[in-house]
Design a protein around this ligand. Structure first.
Ligand code: WT7
Length: 610
């Protein structure tokens, strides 16, 4: 049953940034949008950090609050735009003093703390490249990304360094400096205390000339096969961050904005740090973890007006506060400051949109984008009606299309050409016309995979969608094997490779198993080597092993033993088939199976976790 359209209040509390969709699309140009940013003084280019902090600090907003960090102990630390401008200047000097310059990679492995903002902005001021890593990654994903990204500097805490990096420090050839936030550097050979270095540094810094095309951010993402891909983003991305936060998040300068995503991922960086600071709003940062009561309390106490969160988080809240009521928990908090709620990262079920309307008093606005696009591409807008279940419509300045699929499930490319499906309601691969400023400039050191992401004048997203007759986009699924678990993208190959490091594992195939809250959980099918028993002890050992290597964000949550994994004739494990079987779906085309009969008759022994 289709869900009823949610119509917007004809007299909204705040005038929406986007009121007339068609008119805005018709009049928009990226060139004009660039004019909303200032540029470095003296025409020396465009630098994200100048636009995000120095510009505000120099124009009478130095005392405006840039950050309000809620600590795990509920303490609140406020940082003004002026303070952030000065601390990031200090960090830029620290880098320069260490001989780190233009284009050098600075990796962060940090939680959600005020220092992270200083490091991100200071790195950009120094025209070095910031590469954030998720603090819940295990040593394997950290090592791999630091290696692929040529990390010259790592900024982390003593604890994270000890647990995730120290053991392999010697193998990180490019790494020159490890800077420790907080206590503990004295006991760690080969590290430097960031606090002491900062204290000695000057608090004004002249940003060197920066080309809008200079690399600014490096975000790792996962594909179906092979090592993670480092998506390269440039300073010009700021234009798209600014525009999208205006159109899709409806940011106004007096907003208090909370993005719940971790800055170890692209959402937490683009919309937890860069975009809101570009708009000069107050950013709320929560160092703690999800807890329903805590989150409602933060929304209330911090007077959050715009909230950007994720479907998994909303589904967790829905469990504690069902739409059928009672609404005791949210009603015990004053959520009256909240005026706009949006979500991203995975399909937002229509129930969640409507739950927002009923429980928070505001429907949830779905937005769509990905690491490669750098900023929101498709969205439901503050000033427009919502069709629950739809991702919305392309932002002004964004041209999207649905492409016909070929046999492998991806867009069909013949002689370098693709076919755009114009009739409504047909499923195909979502494609975007290159030209928006935050488009990734390729995957670092990976020309083949960079080139494969484009065809026939389009960027191919890897997502399957439908567009209805009114131009709204509806998410169908992924065209490849990557897994979205709790909003985080997990590459099955990375998990399979880690499992293969265990002596008991001969082979494995990793899929996403649908889960009502997390969207998917990572599930591994494992073929054991002779001499190992398919027992719960083996399974527990494997789960623990994978968790130690990969960390909780990536490790499989379930393992099933299967001595007859289905293979293609070229010898690859057929994850698609594993998934179809897991879901009880038709097996589809199995003509590429290595041995169709053995696949059909193979028996699987699936053990559920204890
Ligand atoms: C993939 C991108 C979300 C930006 C940061 C994470 C899925 C994203 C939606 C949505 C359904 C969505 C897609 C996309 N996704 N937004 N609104 N509805 N699916 O970026 O880790 O690169 O993930 O997340 O599959 O390709 P990412």
């Amino acid at each position: 049953m289709p869900w009823a359209t949610i119509h917007k209040d004809p007299v909204p509390r705040t005038t929406p940034r986007l009121r007339d969709y068609d008119e805005e699309c018709a009049s928009f140009s990226w060139r004009a949008a660039r004019g909303m940013l200032q540029g470095l003084p003296g025409g020396r280019g465009l630098n994200i950090a100048h636009e995000a902090v120095d510009r505000h600090a120099a124009s009478g907003r130095a005392t405006a609050v840039a950050l309000r960090c809620v600590g795990r102990d509920d303490s609140v630390t406020s940082v003004t735009y002026g303070e952030l401008a000065r601390s990031s200047a200090r960090f830029a000097h620290v880098l320069r003093g260490l001989g780190i310059g233009h284009g050098d990679r600075v990796v962060t492995l940090l939680g959600r703390c005020p220092e992270l903002f200083t490091v991100v902005l200071g790195t950009l001021k120094n025209t070095s490249v910031l590469c954030p890593l998720f603090s819940a990654f295990g040593p394997d994903p950290v090592f791999q990304r630091m290696t692929l990204g040529d990390a010259q500097v790592l900024v982390t805490t003593a604890d994270l360094y000890r647990r995730k990096v120290a053991g392999r420090r010697g193998a990180l050839a490019a790494l020159r400096h490890v800077l420790i936030v907080g206590e503990g550097a004295d006991d760690l050979p080969g590290t430097l205390p960031l606090g002491a270095l900062m204290a000695d540094a000057a608090d004004t810094f002249t940003i060197p000339p920066t080309s809008p095309h200079d690399m600014a951010l490096l975000h790792f993402t996962s594909g179906t096969t092979g090592v993670p891909k480092g998506a390269v983003h440039v300073h010009d991305a700021a234009v798209a961050h600014y525009v999208s936060a205006s159109y899709a998040l409806d940011l106004h300068q007096d907003d208090v904005f909370w993005c719940t995503a971790d800055p170890g991922w692209v959402t937490g960086m683009s919309y937890g740090i860069v975009a809101p600071l570009l708009h000069g709003v107050t950013v709320v940062v929560d160092e703690g973890e999800y807890d329903a009561r805590r989150w409602y309390r933060i929304l209330a106490e911090q007077r959050v007006s715009v909230w950007y969160t994720a479907p998994t988080a909303l589904r967790m809240l829905m469990r504690t506060t069902p739409r059928t009521g009672p609404y005791d928990l949210p009603r015990s908090f004053d959520l009256s400051a909240l005026r706009f709620v949006a979500s991203v990262g995975e399909p937002l079920n229509p129930e969640a949109v409507v739950w927002g309307r009923d429980v928070l008093g505001l429907p949830v606005h779905d937005t769509w984008w990905q690491t490669e696009t750098g900023s929101i591409m498709i969205a439901n807008f503050a000033g427009c009606d919502i069709r629950p279940g739809s991702m919305g419509r392309p932002l002004p300045g964004v041209e999207a299309a649905v492409l016909r699929r070929g046999e492998d499930g991806r867009a069909e490319v013949a002689d370098g050409r693709v076919t755009v499906l114009t009739e409504p309601g047909v499923e195909g691969e979502l494609a975007l016309r290159p030209g928006w400023p935050s488009m990734f400039r390729g995957y670092l050191h990976d020309e083949p995979r960079s080139a494969a992401a484009f065809a026939g004048g389009w960027y191919l997203t890897g997502d399957l969608v439908r567009r209805d007759a009114n131009g709204w986009y509806w998410f169908v699924g992924r065209a490849d094997d990557v897994i979205k678990s709790a909003g985080h993208l997990v590459g099955p190959f990375e998990v399979e490779s880690a499992l293969m490091e265990h002596p008991a594992v001969a082979e494995s195939g990793v899929i996403g198993r649908p889960d009502p809250v997390a969207g998917n959980i990572v599930k591994a099918f494992v073929t054991l080597r002779p001499g190992f028993e398919a027992s719960s002890a083996t399974r527990r050992g494997l789960l623990a092993f994978a968790r130690r290597l990969l960390g909780p964000a990536v490790a499989p949550r379930e393992i099933a033993f299967d001595q007859h994994l289905p293979h293609t004739r070229s010898g690859k494990v057929m994850r698609r088939l594993l998934r179809a079987r897991e879901l009880g779906l038709p097996e589809g085309d199995v003509s590429t199976l290595e041995d169709a009969t053995s696949a059909v008759t193979s028996t699987m022994r699936t053990e559920q976790p204890a």
